[in-house]
Design a protein around this ligand. Structure first.
Ligand code: MIC
Ligand code: SF4
Length: 637
């Protein structure tokens, strides 16, 4: 039996386990990336490992999230990361160089290699045939120290693309179509591997839009083969030496298959408040738009913005629309500046933001109260924009640009002009904002600002674990609910005590107070608990608040691992109806926890209700040992 692209790369990097679906495997990691909002914590954890230089082939530290700098905190963290990078052998991409995933695709990603990043959209480099995973900071720290990264050997979904996109329909619509079919939990423990005749019409940046937003499926990752298009992109980036060809064997086995006929696809849009709430743009009835935001790691490439410039050329945006554009990288912005497209954007009325995540993570540009914001981004969870009452829609750059002109959500199919943007033969290459590490790191001093506080460590599990139910939440709770991130909170990513006052506040403003009053306790969740970002803070902050276990119907992949890494028990119901019987303030107890943890069934008593539930501890032996050693750091040591 032949192999898929995914299996070929996994096989090359397999350190522990076998290529058997559902079994745990450990992979050698070639490259790592961090960004600044998870990076500070990841490097504090790396320091705790006591290694003197990274052991990966290439590690890069980006500054792209915390760029608003309304106080000294962010700048202090940037200096910390820069000094760490210099000391430990890590390339440092300075503020202004661009969004980590866009820059990594342009300048570092390599087909056939593995990439681990402390950001959930690390699969972006799957667009050039690289196997990228998002993970918590501690997993990335361990990979930088030369440790392997563990995943469940995924099921592989063949996404067969046939035909060619029609004018006005774009790569974003392909991933929105996959999201429409699979929903935000449909990708758990799966890799989406793209193939078929249709892929030859998709450039690497377009493929990267698709693999990027595959994160919203909850997938392990997404990947395209490495073919002529990959070569063309790498050559245009002056990196043809990094090219290798990787394609699935003709008799490769896939666990599932879906087909998308690109000729039939139409412009799609994700409606508030979930990326899988997808409908055709044409089905929406004249929705007035207050803000249009173009950018983010999903849609901020040179070609995306050239399309936008072509649509806006010589026109003026609607009177009531605020249009903000954040180019994905310095390369993109410089090229737009040099060829005059930037002038067209500015002239049409766009507000040009720096090359960074910006509005995508609520770092400025929060919409007006009840405002409608149309974005080319990947997430529209409630409140993420910085305005709790805002309604955020997600669509392609074409939909965004045309709607900015009309003032209403509008399908670009109505826009008659042919938008034909070609990938350049040569991108503008200037890596002067990428700082190389020191030859001899010993002499480099680490700069630590006053905002950097020690991170909490799990305590060893002893006797009975128990406590009050501190909160009971429903399905699809995101890490944006558990640990909100916006312009006010992001500066405190290295200050867990400060963040603890905001934990789960979007679900219940009283949660932090209650958790502190009871000295910790237990959280009850629905399906897909912890979906979304990789931020480890969604585990570290509950740990700080004394949360000992989370009992949910199911967990999102990265968050579940972050809980285990930090010594919090992720338990699931064996009988989902038990969820209904538990209420906030109930007192739960898991007697002789350590002994019970030897098996995969855990009995929990509800003292308040006089009931007992059978829960599942679905972990591998390695994960069990991590939990018993009170977290990954202690386990490794
Ligand atoms: C996000 O898009 O939610 C983020 C901000 O990039 C996060 C990382 C973080 O919380 O710092 C992610 O996707 O992992
Ligand atoms: Fe940045 Fe948004 Fe991409 Fe996260 S999803 S890395 S915040 S641009």
């Amino acid at each position: 039996m032949g192999l898929t692209v995914t299996e070929k790369i996994i096989k090359e990097h397999l350190v522990v386990g076998r290529l058997v679906r559902g079994e745990e495997i450990g992979l050698r990691i070639d490259q790592t990336l961090t960004q600044d909002s998870t990076g500070t914590m990841a490097y504090l954890q790396f320091e705790a490992l006591g290694i003197d230089r990274v052991r990966t082939k290439k590690s890069v530290a980006y500054v792209d999230h915390n760029m608003l700098q309304t106080g000294p905190e962010n700048a202090d963290d940037h200096l910390y990361i820069q000094s760490i990078a210099k000391k430990y052998g890590i390339y440092f991409s300075k503020a202004g160089n661009g969004i980590c995933h866009q820059v990594h695709l342009e300048r570092f990603g390599e087909p056939g290699k593995t990439l681990l990043g402390s950001d959930s959209h690390t699969p972006t480099c799957g667009g050039l045939g690289m196997l990228g995973f998002g993970a918590g900071g501690l997993d990335v720290a361990v990979a930088m120290a030369g440790g392997e990264y563990y995943i469940t050997m995924p099921r592989i979904v063949k996404v067969e693309l046939s035909g060619k996109l029609r004018p006005g329909v774009s790569a974003k619509d392909i991933i929105l179509e996959v999201l429409r079919r699979y929903k935000v939990k449909g990708g758990l423990n799966k890799v989406f591997e793209y193939t078929g005749e249709g892929i030859k019409y998709l450039t690497v940046p377009e493929r990267a839009t698709i693999t990027n937003m595959g994160a919203e499926l909850g997938a392990t990752t997404s990947i395209f083969p490495s073919d002529e298009e990959t070569y063309r992109f790498l050559k245009a980036q002056g990196r043809e030496k990094d090219y290798i060809r990787i394609e699935a064997d003709h008799d490769a086995f896939y666990d599932e298959e879906i087909k998308i006929d690109l000729n039939k696809l139409e412009p799609l849009i994700a409606c508030p408040h979930s990326p899988d709430n997808v409908v055709p743009v044409s089905s929406l009835d004249r929705i007035k738009v207050n803000q249009v935001a173009i950018g983010s790691c999903t849609n901020s490439s040179y070609m995306d913005l050239m399309k936008v410039a072509s649509i806006l050329d010589g026109k003026t945006i609607a009177e009531d629309v605020s249009l903000v554009i954040s180019p994905g990288s310095k390369q993109v912005l410089s090229m737009l500046a040099e060829n005059g497209a930037l002038a067209k954007l500015i002239s049409a009325g766009a507000r040009i933001l720096e090359s960074a995540c910006g509005p995508c993570i609520g770092m400025g540009q929060a919409p007006n109260t009840e405002g409608v914001s149309l974005r080319t981004f990947n997430r529209n969870f409630k409140g993420r924009s910085g305005t709790f009452s805002a309604k955020v829609y997600l669509a392609s750059p074409e939909v965004a640009a045309v709607s900015a002109l009309t003032g209403y959500i509008t399908s670009p199919e109505k826009y008659k002009k042919d938008i034909d943007v070609k990938m350049p033969e040569r991108f503008l290459i200037n890596d002067n904002l990428i700082i190389s590490p020191a030859e001899n790191g010993r002499e480099v001093e680490i700069i630590r600002g006053p905002n950097i506080k020690p991170f909490p460590r799990a305590k060893a599990i002893e006797g009975d674990i128990g406590g009050r139910v501190l909160i009971k939440v429903g399905d699809d709770i995101t890490t944006d609910h558990i640990m909100p991130s916006n312009a006010k909170l992001l500066p405190y990513r290295s200050n867990i005590p400060y963040l603890s006052d905001y934990c789960l506040v979007p679900c219940d403003p009283e949660f932090p107070k209650r958790a502190k009053e009871f000295g910790g306790g237990i959280i009850i969740g629905g399906h897909n608990y912890g979906q979304g970002s990789s931020r480890e803070h969604a585990a570290l902050v509950p740990l700080y608040l004394g949360v000992k276990a989370i009992i949910a119907k199911s967990f999102a992949r990265i968050h579940r691992q972050n809980l285990i890494n930090n010594g919090i028990l992720p338990l699931t119901f064996s009988n989902e109806e038990d969820y209904d019987g538990i209420d906030i303030y109930d007192e739960l107890i898991i007697e002789n926890t350590l002994t019970q943890m030897e098996g995969d069934r855990i009995k929990v008593k509800n003292i308040t209700k006089g009931e007992e539930y059978a829960l599942i501890l679905n972990v591998t032996n390695r994960q069990r040992d991590i939990l018993k050693s009170s977290g990954l750091l202690n386990y490794i040591k």
